[in-house]
Design a protein. Structure first.
Lengths: 144, 81, 144, 81
C-alpha cells in the first residue's frame, strides 16, 4: 500500500496495515520535521510532489522490496503540504516472518525513497527565509 | 509535435511556470526539451547537471525519443522523506 | 522509558513517547505473534518475566544505546501473559536527529533484548501441546 | 547462611517450585546453589550448561561470592521479544 496525504499520518493505521498472522516482526520508520538543519533553526517543512509519478515510483519501490526480501506487506505513506516540527512527513512499515528482513527492507525503502521519489521539501527557517532543500550546492553534501 | 512540459520545485520557481505545451521536432529526444527550456531561462544553466527527466511518469535518459503528447517532467534533486 | 505490561501495547503511545522536536527519524520495531514456528502451527504465545531484573536489564540496554549512538529517546515495552497471533509482544522505538543511528540502535536493542532480558515464552501449538521456546535443544539453533 | 533461590521457565517446571530459601556455607559461590539444585533435581542436569545465574537482579559468574539474604535466580535460555 502506498499513498500521499495532506493530513497527519496515522501511525497506528500504517502498522495495522502490514500486520498479518504470518509476521513475526514489523519495522516502521517515521521521518519527522526536525527543528534544525545545517545549524539553522527550522519552523516547518513544506512538501510538494509530482503526484502520479511519486505514487508510481513508490509502488515500484514496494515491488522491488518484495523481490529482494521475503516480506509479508509493505506500506509507504508520505505527507504533503506543511508539516510542523515534531510531526511525521513519511512513514514506512514492513512486515516479515523474521525481523532481519523487515529491518533491511525498511532501511532500503527510506534510503531509496529519498533518492528516487519526486517529492521536494521547502525549509522554513525561524529567520523568515524559505529555501528548497539542497537549493545551495554547498549544502547538498550535508543532506540527510 | 507537441509535448507537455512540467516543472517542479526550484526549476518551476526559476522558470516561473509549472506546465506548458512546447513544440519540438518530430523524433526529438528529451534533452531537446531541456535545452529549449534552459535557453529560455538561463538561470537554470547552473542546475542543468542535476536535473533529471521523466516521460509519462518514468525516469528516462536524456536521449529518450519523444512521442506526440508525451508528458515531459523536469525533476530537480528530490528531497522527500 | 522501559516498561512491562499485561495489556495490549499502544503503538502510537510508544512512538509519541520518543517524538521530540530535535528528531528527524524514528525507528520502531514491533515483534508480533506469528502463526507458525519451526513448521508447526502456533495459536498463541505466553510470556513470563523475572520482572525486576527484566526492567533493570532493559534500562541498562537503554543506557547502552545512548552511549553508543547520539539518540534523542528510547522506549522499550514488553507485553507479558498471553499474546494471540497478530498482536504485539514487544515494541522498541528510537529517535535520533538522523535515521542511520535510529535504525542501528533499534536493531541492537531488539537483538540484545532477545539475548539478555529474562523473559521467556511458551508456545501454544494448534495440536494442543505447549512448550517453552527452545525447550528442545534441536530447535534452539533455529530460534529467531 | 540463607539465600533466596528463584527459578523460572523450564527450570521451575522441572524443579516444581518457583522460590525457596536455601542454606549454603558462609562464603559459598553462586555455583554451590546451582549444584545443590541439580543434585536434588537430576532432570536439570541436561540444562546445566545453558543456565545462567543472577544475584540481586544482575547476571553473575558462577564463582560470584554470595552474601546472606542474596536473591539467586536461575535463568534458563531467554526467549523474549
Amino acid at each position: 500500500m502506498v499513498s500521499l496525504t495532506l493530513n497527519r499520518i496515522n501511525i497506528k493505521a500504517v502498522v495495522d496495515d502490514v500486520t498479518t498472522p504470518e509476521s513475526g516482526g514489523i519495522d516502521l520508520f517515521v521521518g519527522t520535521t526536525r527543528n534544525h538543519a545545517r545549524g539553522r533553526s527550522v519552523t516547518l517543512l513544506e512538501y510538494e510532489a509530482y503526484r502520479p509519478m511519486a505514487v508510481g515510483v513508490m509502488e515500484q519501490l514496494e515491488l522491488e522490496a518484495h523481490r529482494r526480501w521475503p516480506l509479508n506487506r509493505v506500506a509507504i505513506v508520505h505527507r504533503l503540504g506543511k508539516v510542523p516540527v515534531g510531526e511525521a512527513s513519511v512513514a514506512i512499515a514492513v512486515s516479515s516472518a523474521h525481523r532481519k528482513e523487515a529491518f533491511e527492507a525498511c532501511r532500503f525503502l527510506i534510503d531509496t525513497l529519498k533518492k528516487e521519489v519526486p517529492i521536494w521539501k521547502r525549509e522554513y527557517f525561524s529567520d523568515g527565509s524559505i529555501e528548497w532543500s539542497g537549493e545551495h550546492a554547498s549544502s547538498r553534501a550535508e543532506h540527510d | 509535435m507537441n509535448v507537455r512540459l512540467k516543472l517542479f520545485s526550484v526549476a518551476r520557481d526559476i522558470a516561473g511556470f509549472d506546465e506548458q505545451v512546447v513544440v519540438v521536432a518530430a523524433h526529438a529526444d528529451a534533452d531537446a526539451v531541456l535545452r529549449q527550456l534552459v535557453e529560455a531561462h538561463p538561470a537554470l544553466e547552473e542546475w542543468k547537471g542535476s536535473l533529471r527527466l521523466a516521460v509519462n511518469c518514468e525516469y528516462v535518459n536524456r536521449s529518450h525519443r519523444l512521442n506526440e503528447g508525451d508528458e515531459v517532467a523536469v525533476i530537480p534533486p528530490v528531497s522527500g522523506g
